[in-house]
Ligand binder design. Structure first.
Ligand SMILES: C[S@@+](CC[C@H](N)C(=O)[O-])C[C@H]1O[C@@H](n2cnc3c(N)ncnc32)[C@H](O)[C@@H]1O
Length: 390
């Protein structure tokens, strides 16, 4: 199975089943005799080597390492990638550096030890999502996820400066296996971040991804639920000795809408327009002052389906599988602008493809990324191809 997984990795994470036979033969140095050997099964002559590879494919599929696609293509799953290139527990290595950042290969639990306490202004991250009932070979169930994540939040707290921010983009759509009922694990996790770890909830933000399909089973096939396009982003503050955050929404103002500019800015309101339907008189000058832009809402709408963005293009050119679960740059951008200043340190302990690092670098912040998969880090490096040093 391992040569098959390696071949899929070398092929960029995806390949035709038919191509894999020859690739695997080359990988293990099979002789022509072994490659061509045939035997008769129920009157049919079959290639024994191909049969063996098909057997490995089925085994890898049942172990969740690869997935079958239409037209006879196979893809490496996250778990398959992990098997290939995950850091060994206890080993922490810098894989590349940029002018302002450091990409560390290691497990999140180990890498925290090399970060200076109190040095991080903002942590922005999206951990792997749990599944309600984990299969024996993969994924993490919700109860274990909560206890793992609370241990991590405890570990991160001393790394954050007093008043520092912790943002976590968490999956809300976790179904019970075999039933259209959702897990309430977030409702159990969120209070514990306050009660056990001592953080204060600053706000709940939401990422609305209008193209998100939702659960294939319960939304698309069985039509029992709606498409869930919104995910929460929890924003907590590390309030220590009464030191609060210095977040500033002036850093993220949006251009006024055309209608607002015409109707309100610089205009006094007529007597009728002063009084809202609720009966409240908002005054003649309400909204007349130009404050430099509109204050964004807590909902950030952004699709995440750009198959041809510079990161994916660079991956294709380099023959590396792109990360399957990146978030759009606009999510960390808003958080970083609001909660940090140039030169401050931003950390993403589940770095993936390095979206947070790239945004931090562009905004003149320093950054630290931690990721256990070497393949993902190799792909992240492509985001910084002009500045990264090995
Ligand atoms: C949801 S992805 C993050 C994607 C990232 N936000 C982006 O835009 O590319 C979560 C990442 O956490 C990594 N990961 C999972 N468990 C880890 C651990 N124990 N230590 C370090 N990284 C881990 C996975 O390999 C995966 O790349």
């Amino acid at each position: 199975m391992l040569p098959l997984i390696r071949c899929l990795g070398a092929a960029g994470g995806e390949a035709d089943a038919a191509d894999l036979y020859d690739r695997v033969a080359r990988e293990i140095g099979a002789s022509a005799e072994v490659r061509e050997a045939k035997a008769s099964f129920a009157g049919d002559e079959r290639n024994l080597f191909d049969r063996q590879v098909r057997h490995a494919q089925q085994l890898a599929k049942t172990k969740g390492l690869i997935a079958a696609h239409a037209r006879g293509r196979w893809t490496l799953t996250d778990r398959g990638l992990g098997l290939l290139e995950n850091a060994r527990p206890g080993v922490v290595m810098t894989v590349f550096e940029t002018r302002q950042g450091l990409a560390i290969w290691g497990h999140v639990e180990d890498a925290a030890a090399i970060i200076e306490p109190g040095s991080v202004s903002t942590i922005y991250t999206s951990p792997p999502y749990p599944i309600q009932t984990a299969k024996p070979y993969g994924g993490i169930d919700t109860a274990s996820w909560i206890s793992w994540m609370l241990d991590l939040v405890d570990l991160w707290k001393p790394l954050l400066a007093p008043g520092g921010s912790l943002f976590m983009n968490l999956g809300a759509e976790v179904y019970r296996r075999g039933a259209p009922y959702q897990s309430t694990y977030l409702e159990r996790f969120v209070p514990a971040v306050e009660d056990r770890c001592g953080f204060q909830l600053a706000q709940r933000w939401y990422w609305d991804n209008p193209h998100k399909l939702g659960s294939i089973q319960w939304v698309s096939i069985r039509r029992r639920r709606l498409r869930q396009t919104v995910e929460p982003i929890y924003w907590w503050i590390n309030e220590v000795n009464g030191i609060q955050d210095q977040a500033n929404n002036r850093a993220v103002l949006q251009p006024y809408a055309e209608k607002t500019l015409k109707r309100y800015i610089g205009q006094d309101r007529s007597d009728e327009a002063r009084v809202k339907p609720s009966g409240i008189d908002i005054g003649a000058h309400a909204f007349a002052k130009d404050n430099g832009g509109a204050i964004p809402s807590t909902v950030l709408r952004s699709a995440n389906s750009a198959s041809n963005d510079p990161y994916r293009r660079a991956c294709r050119n380099a023959g590396i599988a792109p990360h399957p679960a990146t978030f759009p740059a606009s999510l960390p951008e808003r958080a970083i602008l609001m909660t940090t200043r140039p030169g401050d340190i931003v950390c993403d302990p589940f770095f993936g493809s390095g979206t947070v690092g790239q945004v931090a670098e562009r905004l003149g912040r320093r950054w630290i990324g931690i990721e256990r998969s070497r393949l993902y880090l190799d792909s992240a490096r492509l985001r910084f191809s002009e500045t990264a040093a090995a």
